[in-house]
Design a protein around this ligand. Structure first.
Ligand code: MSP
Length: 537
């Protein structure tokens, strides 16, 4: 079998994708959650000095988009254009998402290649014509198995509902083209067994393995009752099923069938980040489609849990009115990027609460981290005229801080860079921040400052150097999560001038000691985390 994403060679990019989001509405906190996670992961790898490719985009075909456009009296294309330009792209820019490309499934670079891919499968005998009848959920754009459905209550009493959207399914009967998915069950199981990390977390992996073990049905890959999609090349009365069209974005965006060099240097993805709602598409259908073409399989499919509101998956219909921008205007973009990854263990469900965000902001960001940065800069200013002194009198207490930084670097690099345990990685850095705060409290530099003997001044210098050099490490470690804050801190430490751009500091080397040179100009920069205003009404 061809190399998988986890076995890609050195010259190739570390390729991470988000789902491509439906453009039936504007983005909400749940979409931003996955996209921020991908941004942190890719910034982390960039800061390791790796070549990285971070892809996001929009899924624009299918009945769901078509119906929304119809309800708004515009064409689906006009609807998608408007949403992409006015809602999706601006939000990613606002949240400082450093994606390398943005693919839209209505672009010709995508649709042409989708047709070629499907034609190829047809020519290989992987696709046949057949009939299908079954319950369909337009919200999911998926045929459901009768056993998946739940009984409706209240206004939906007597009807069968989609368990995710809690809306009635529609009975669809169509003559379509089918992909021989059922033939791939044994090969998929073999692949999961040989690549135990392919699906994460463990609970997601178990769910998929159980599902495949029960036997797969062939997949209907065309629709003939509406026309908002990519035409089936050999039969233009059909359009290609929106999920087949959508999954192929991961190949078409990186040059499949168009730019072989780019494709070879990027594909397959090392990590597909997804929500657990779309797990089967990514861990069953997508690998089977690639197997059918003899293409290499992705490294990992990592499913995040759901952001919940009032005990339900946050969705466009139950948003309770909170937009990402409502939170960023109150807490700032960096705190927003930090909060969800810090508060929720990646892979688990989590509830958002304004109170929890405020409490963590104040205690962890403003008090622990922000205050440390401002106290250290103020003391270097007061006692040394803003010139970073040398640490000539280091002892056990300083060694413990140095060891603490080295440990934080190793832990964060493993947890964020490899395990996608964002919470664990962030906590490792904030534990170190706590350690440095404790060190300052114990050393009491403001008392040592009163000792004007050379020994006393050497101790004071050593304490402040130790604290500043620790912050140098913290700025590097938190740059992927909170890039604007890290930049402010970097400048306040005089590091931009003495060490160069923050982005060029290798994260794996951040635990080295003595990097910030004595004499660096430390200034009291802007407050990193201003006191919060009153919660908006
Ligand atoms: N268009 C498909 C994906 C195609 S990928 C080839 C789709 N789009 S979606 O707009 O519904 O977005 C799905 C993704 O958004 C989820 O998989 C998840 O990554 C993210 N989230 C949407 N709501 C979410 C929550 N409430 N919580 C966490 N993530 C959620 O499905």
């Amino acid at each position: 079998m061809a190399a998988t994403g986890s076995e890609k060679q050195g010259a190739t990019a570390y390729y991470v994708s988000t789902p491509i989001y439906y453009v039936n509405d504007a983005p909400h906190l749940g979409h931003a959650y996955t996209t921020v996670a991908g941004d942190v992961l890719t910034r982390w790898h960039r800061q390791r000095g790796e070549k990285v490719w971070y892809l996001t985009g929009t899924d624009e075909h299918g009945q769901k988009i078509m119906r929304t456009a119809e309800a708004n009296n515009v064409t689906p294309q006009a609807w998608a254009d408007k949403l992409v330009e006015e809602a999706w792209k601006p939000l990613w820019e606002h949240l400082n998402i450093a994606n390398d490309d943005f693919i839209r499934t209505t672009e010709k670079r995508h649709t042409d290649r989708v047709q070629e891919f499907v034609q190829d499968l047809y020519d290989k005998g992987e696709i046949y014509k057949g009939g299908y009848e079954g319950p369909y959920c337009v919200g999911c754009e998926e045929y459901k198995l009768p056993g998946d459905l739940i009984d409706g209550e209240g206004e939906f009493a007597g009807q069968k509902l989609c368990p995710i959207h809690k809306k009635p399914v529609e009975l669809l009967k169509e003559e379509n083209y089918f992909f021989k998915l059922s033939a791939y069950g044994p090969k998929l199981l073999e692949f999961y067994a040989a690549n135990p990390d392919f699906i994460q977390p463990e609970s997601a992996r178990n769910e998929v393995v159980n599902f495949v073990e029960q036997g797969l049905q062939d997949l209907s890959i065309s629709r003939s009752t509406f026309d908002w999609g990519v035409p089936v090349p050999w039969d233009d009365k059909h359009v290609i099923y929106v999920w087949v069209d959508a999954l192929l974005n991961y190949a078409t965006a990186v040059g499949y069938g168009a730019n072989q060099e780019k494709f070879d240097g990027t594909f397959p993805a090392n990590v597909h980040l997804i929500g657990k709602d779309i797990l089967r598409f990514h861990s069953v259908i997508w690998p089977a489609m690639l197997m059918a073409q003899g293409l290499p399989l992705p490294g990992k499919v990592v499913a995040n849990g759901w952001l919940m509101v009032g005990g339900e998956k946050m969705s466009k219909s139950n948003l309770t009115g909170i937009k990402p921008q409502d939170l960023t205007s109150h807490f700032g973009v960096d705190a927003y990027r930090w909060y969800f990854l810090r508060a929720i263990s990646y892979g688990s469900d989590g509830s958002f609460s304004w109170e929890d965000f405020s409490a963590r902001y104040t205690s962890e960001l403003a008090n622990d981290y922000g205050n440390l940065a401002s106290r250290v800069a103020a003391m270097v200013g007061k006692y040394f005229g803003g010139a970073l002194p040398q640490d000539t009198a280091a002892g056990n207490a300083e060694q413990a801080v140095r060891d603490g930084l080295a440990k934080a670097v190793a832990t964060a690099d493993r947890k964020i860079g490899e395990e996608l345990d964002f919470q664990g990685g962030i906590l490792a850095v904030f534990d170190f921040v706590k350690q440095v705060n404790g060190y300052i409290t114990e050393q009491e530099p403001w008392k040592v400052a009163k000792d004007t003997t050379p020994e006393g001044q050497a101790r004071l210098a050593t304490i402040l150097y130790t604290a500043a050099e620790s912050l140098r490490g913290v700025a590097v470690l938190l740059n992927a999560v909170m890039p604007e804050t890290s930049q402010k801190l970097w400048e306040s430490l005089g590091a931009e001038e003495s060490l160069g751009a923050l982005a060029d500091q290798r994260v794996q080397d951040a635990g080295a000691w003595g990097v910030l040179p004595a004499g660096a100009t430390v200034t009291k920069g802007a407050v990193l985390f201003p006191r919060l205003e009153e919660k908006p009404a």
